[in-house]
Design a protein around this ligand. Structure first.
Ligand SMILES: Nc1ncnc2c1ncn2[C@@H]1O[C@H](COP(=O)(O)OP(=O)(O)OP(=O)(O)O)[C@@H](O)[C@H]1O
Ligand SMILES: [Mg+2]
Length: 472
């Protein structure tokens, strides 16, 4: 549609003479335009001279024909602004029927009913049409100025309504655009909030790791020194005992030669239960030595677990070694709740942040131990590899996780454990760590049967674009 005001008028009347009258008034031949202006000027005021643009008048002689014209005009994108409709048009539709059809096709149309009489009372007509704000009544015989004024006013009204609708639409579009902008800003904000949460969790993670590392380093240092000298003293002590036993043997030989001394020695030997001591001392020594070796191993495991020496760098690591150290560190947590079964496959070395992977394994194993009921259960650690990935499975015969809970287990601070028992960070930290490795973490659980967590890690670390090569 052009931007010019809509001056399209449709006249539906069965009397050709009426069409001629309307044409003279609304659409005189162009040479007569000035006379129309003159007429207007004479009727109103000189000031409004030529203010009205010419109308485009189209004619239909029956209601159906009028509706067809309206439809064609609509399809061509030049809708009529006003229709003048006669009330009686035999043999076709009457004016009311015609108007009903016209409005069905285009509810914006302004309508003037033209009639000298009515088949129905006006009250009935208005009740049938049920729309009064677009309907005027023009009684025949009419004056030219009445027709002209109706045409001018109603086309202007149509145009104003049209402009208002266009403005409303553009306003709605602007509102929608603004709403879109706001919701995308909101989405960006949500992403930022999530990222911050994630960073917070990572911070907690690295603080946790750092404190475990410091603790392990401290413990290792404290224990290592005494263990060192106990161990070396033990060696010396073994030698001394050996010598003492030799001495004893010499005394025993002397027993047979000196009867008085022999009698005293025999009494002493009996009182001291020397034969028993000779048997028991080596046993005690052996056990103590085993104990010291075990303590040494624990210190080594603590160091391996926290990797205090490697300062969280990407390195090629033997995951089995890491898992074993981790299991030793958490042994006391598991011992009374479950037996541990290891089903290790053969896996290659993996480029990873070894201490963090240990942390993940520890979280999974401790969770598995906590999931045990009254009876002692079983925790199975399996490993394997496929294509370029290595996997570790921690499977338990615990309570299992109900589907409603399962949805939330990776959320930070989600826990079903009593206050003070669980922070709800274990799995969310583990999730973050596995993600940082470009891997994934899967879980399958059946209530009453148990749960299996599986972490899948790429064998080789791929540095994401924009990440520094050595990451913490
Ligand atoms: N193996 C499992 N069997 C049953 N439920 C589990 C298992 N692992 C995790 N869950 C459920 O997932 C929840 C979240 O685990 P997550 O390790 O994140 O936190 P937590 O163990 O409660 O606390 P935290 O690890 O910080 O001490 C647990 O509270 C528990 O309900
Ligand atoms: Mg946990």
């Amino acid at each position: 549609m052009s931007n010019l005001p809509n001056r399209q008028i449709l006249l539906i009347d069965d009397m050709p003479a009426i069409h001629e009258d309307f044409r003279k008034i609304l659409a005189p031949p162009s040479k007569d335009t000035s006379s129309l202006d003159a007429m207007e000027a004479a009727l109103f005021d000189d000031a409004v001279e030529a203010a009205i643009a010419p109308f485009q008048l189209e004619s239909a002689y029956q209601g159906q024909e009028g509706v067809a014209l309206l439809q064609a005009a609509l399809d061509a994108g030049r809708p009529y602004a006003v229709a003048f409709v006669d009330m009686r048009m035999p043999p076709g539709w009457d004016g009311v029927q015609t108007i009903e059809h016209l409005w069905k096709a285009d509810p914006r149309l302004q309508v003037v009913v033209c009639t000298a009489y009515s088949d129905a009372s006006w009250g009935e007509v208005l009740a049938r049409l049920d729309v009064r704000d677009r309907l005027l009544i023009l009684k025949k015989p009419f004056d030219a100025i009445e027709v002209l004024q109706l045409a001018a006013t109603l086309t202007t009204k149509w145009q104003m309504a049209f402009d208002a609708a266009v403005q409303l639409r553009s306003l709605e579009e602007a509102v929608q655009e603004r709403t879109r902008e706001l919701s995308s800003a909101n989405a960006a904000l949500q992403v930022e909030i999530m990222e911050r949460k994630h960073l917070e969790v990572q911070l907690v993670q690295s603080e946790k790791l750092a404190s475990i590392g410091q603790l392990a380093a401290g413990v290792a240092h404290e224990i290592n020194n005494p263990i060192g000298y106990i161990f070396s003293n033990f060696g010396t002590l073994e030698g001394y005992l050996e010598q003492l036993f030799q001495m004893l043997q010499a005394y025993e030989l002397a027993e047979s030669q000196e009867p008085v001394v022999a009698a005293r020695l025999r009494d002493l030997k009996k009182a001291l239960e020397l034969d028993y001591l000779k048997e028991d001392i080596p046993v005690l020594m052996r056990e103590s030595k085993q104990g010291i070796v075990r303590v040494r191993q624990i210190v080594q495991d603590l160091k391996d677990f926290s990797r205090v020496d490697s300062a969280h760098e990407w390195e090629w690591a033997d995951l089995h070694k890491g898992i074993d150290s981790t299991l030793n560190v958490v042994a006391s947590e598991i011992k009374y709740r479950a037996e541990l079964v290891k089903e290790y496959g053969s896996i290659p070395q993996v480029e990873c942040l070894a201490s963090q992977i240990n942390q993940v394994v520890m979280n999974l194993v401790v969770n598995a131990a906590h999931a045990m009921g009254e009876e002692r259960g079983r925790i199975t650690i399996r490993t394997g590899h496929q294509d370029q990935f290595v996997w570790i499975e921690v499977s338990d015969t615990g309570t299992g996780i109900p589907p409603d809970t399962l949805k939330h287990i990776f959320e930070p601070f989600f826990t079903t454990k009593p206050v003070g028992k669980g922070t709800g960070l274990g799995l969310s930290l583990s999730y973050g760590i596995v993600q940082k490795h470009g891997g994934r973490i899967e879980v399958a659980s059946t209530v009453g049967t148990g749960t299996t967590f599986r972490i899948v890690l790429p064998m080789q670390h791929v540095v994401p674009i924009g990440e520094p090569l050595a990451s913490v």
